[in-house]
Ligand binder design. Sequence first.
Ligand SMILES: *[C@@H]1O[C@H](CO)[C@@H](O)[C@H](O)[C@H]1NC(C)=O
Ligand SMILES: *[C@@H]1O[C@H](CO)[C@@H](O)[C@H](O)[C@H]1NC(C)=O
Length: 376
Amino acid sequence: MRGPALLALALLLVVGPACCARHPGDLQTQLMLSSGLNGLLSDRSSLADPLVADLGLPAAAQDQQQEPLANPAVHTLFSADSAIGRRAARASLQRPEKSAGFDPVKAAKLAQLQSISYCAALDDVANWNCTRCAQLPDFEPYLVHFDASWDLLGYIGYWPSMGAKVIVFRGTDSSSWYNWAENMRAWRTDATYPVDGAPPALRLHSGFLILWNSSSMASTFHAAFGELLKLHPRGPTYVLGHSMGGALAHLAALDLQIMYGLQDVKVYTFGSPRVGNSVFSEFFSQKVSESWRFTHGRDIVPSVPPQLLGFRHVSREVWLVDVDDGPAGVQQRIVVCDDTGEDPSCHNAACRLGLCTSVADHLVYMGAHMYRGGEC
Ligand SMILES: *[C@@H]1O[C@H](CO)[C@@H](O)[C@H](O)[C@H]1NC(C)=O
Ligand SMILES: *[C@@H]1O[C@H](CO)[C@@H](O)[C@H](O)[C@H]1NC(C)=O
């Protein structure tokens, strides 16, 4: 009877809030709604987290289990605060059969580029003279675009040392990440993808599609990418996104690959939510040449919207796990996951009944702080 009872509890937790939450018709409002689950979680004790406290997040937003996870059967170490080179140089992958093509040094640099999307001083990004920019001195920004009415931001540029065009999407610049993520529990896969060649069974959440194609993002980046492609016709295209920006990155990568017939599109996302159904995930895998979807510890966002509502993550997940190594302190390990998109031994394993609750884990990837009050 244990199995059915657990399933019933899972349905109560996952479908319960979903059934009664407002349907996400108006996305702007939807992002701000809070859910009944907050009350449930705030009853539990939690340790203060200075990062979360800085954001003014409710106590419920803090990870309920601050102790590091049990050591999974994994590998790569780097200490969370060291410089990019040092932390990546110490990386060693333990699942070589799954790790082919994964480059931790490159990933750490891309996470740094991702973190720059949270710089509040947009002019400093456009001029590439922000403090974080100094770590990647040769990057050439081409366009920084902020859509104020949708609160969306992305930038595009050329990276000579990689011979690559790079597009980066920020997540919602919000002090209510937790509420935002909670609201996504209610989302359903209900939009078709309006692009030639998309399988008829492909479904996306209409909220992400609306953010991408009803805001100025799709039109702006389609055009800017076309201009950059004329200047730099060769080399790969990297599409990056954190949080909701991860959802935009998946959609942007598909659009650009199809529009421009690109051969080499590489997608790196950090703490992305699920975007569409399994047909979407498979279509995505066929179109892009490389995809690494980073998750961290018990980050809340990759656990939404839930699998039970028809969503499936894209492959291939890379799970960052903070492990207490005793005298060595807390070290971060990199687990390269299987190619199903939903490896049960990766981030999914850290979420009870499919629910993860950490905002703190959402805001740091590969040692780069994604949001710290607009810090540059
Ligand atoms: C970056 O350059 C711009 C234009 O030269 C300047 O206005 C701005 O103050 C600079 N920012 C920093 C942080 O140096
Ligand atoms: C955006 O997606 C919707 C839903 O599929 C579609 O009807 C619409 O034509 C798209 N708009 C643009 C500008 O691509």
